[in-house]
Design a protein around this ligand. Structure first.
Ligand code: BG6
Length: 296
């Protein structure tokens, strides 16, 4: 289902039989909404979000490519999140297709302007699938289409903003005891201590060599988000907390209480593609009542 928002920007709604849905803006190929069968929103989207260029939409799932954060000379998080992508009207039949899945393929190729900032040719295909049961899957396929024989290197993240009831009642499982780069301390390498990851102040950490499954537990809502990933060894955990929240123009002062970014990423070791080569990175999200997950 294709629609336009009040500013005339195109978005696509994916629907699943039980009533789950996802909304995707062509601007940034950004998922801005993911709802369960009760119509409850599962992603955080700022009330101050702006849905048009030149800035990325604050919330949902921005795509960071070809640079995560400030790990390079490009703009913060790369330019893919503030380009308008195109819909592939005739997507190829990868294994993920079956008739009870709603999906869309969005494509990004460099414009002449983009080629000046990052001098490479590529095709980025993002498949967004809403599975039966409402699981949300994002699969990125990035192919080097350079004709000058050059390889290119990039970093990447699915910058997911989860909606949580109260950040001080949230726990993340799967990252205990791992090493992380502390982005608040010039990426100092630290080992995570303690057995539970909870939140009481600003956090901006890049966990390294993480497991393929991470759980985000919202105690108050009795909901667990399960993030599964493939091809993305790192996981960034970010919450700006009160002081930084006030400094972000498109973010409400108190909104930090209701969001947590857990980002499936490839940051520490960038990906290099030779001409003709393709990289695939996948994230799958599900939201389940917490009791289903106890003991995991
Ligand atoms: C996180 C970074 O991924 O994104 C943080 O680790 C950054 O350092 C945050 O502040 C938000 O970035 P932006 O560019 O969307 O404001």
């Amino acid at each position: 289902e294709h629609k336009k928002d009040i500013n005339g920007f195109h978005k696509v709604i994916l629907r699943e039989v039980r009533g789950c849905s996802a909304e995707v803006y062509l601007y940034g190929a950004q998922v801005t909404s993911w709802k369960n069968e009760h119509g409850e929103e599962l992603l955080f989207l700022s009330s101050k979000a702006i849905f048009k260029p030149p800035k990325a939409i604050r919330g949902g799932i921005p795509i960071c490519f070809p640079q995560f954060g400030n790990h390079g000379s490009l703009e913060q998080h790369g330019f893919a999140r503030n380009r308008t992508w195109t819909v592939d009207p005739d997507p190829p039949p990868f294994a993920t297709i079956s008739h009870n899945k709603a999906f869309i393929d969005l494509i990004l190729k460099p414009s002449e302007e983009d080629a000046k900032i990052w001098p490479h040719r590529y095709e980025f295909r993002l498949r967004i699938t809403l599975g039966p049961g409402g699981d949300l899957m994002l699969t990125s396929r990035i192919r080097n289409t350079n004709i000058d024989g050059k390889s290119f290197t990039f970093t990447f993240a699915y910058h997911t903003y989860f909606s949580v009831t109260d950040i001080s009642e949230v726990r993340v499982e799967g990252l205990e005891t791992l090493d992380y780069l502390d982005n608040l301390k010039k990426r100092e390498r630290v080992t995570e201590q303690g057995d539970a990851i909870t939140f009481e102040s600003e956090v901006d950490k890049t966990y390294l060599s993480t497991p393929t499954k991470i759980a985000i537990i919202d105690h108050e809502r009795k909901r667990t988000f399960v993030l599964r990933k493939d091809g993305l060894p790192d996981a960034v955990v970010w919450n700006p907390w009160d002081k930084k929240a006030k400094a972000i123009p498109d973010f409400g002062d108190d909104e930090y209480k209701h969001m947590l970014c857990v980002e499936a990423a490839c940051v520490e070791t960038p990906i290099t593609l030779k001409p003709g080569e393709e990289w695939k990175g996948r994230q799958e999200l599900s939201a389940v009542p917490s009791s289903y997950c106890s003991g995991q």
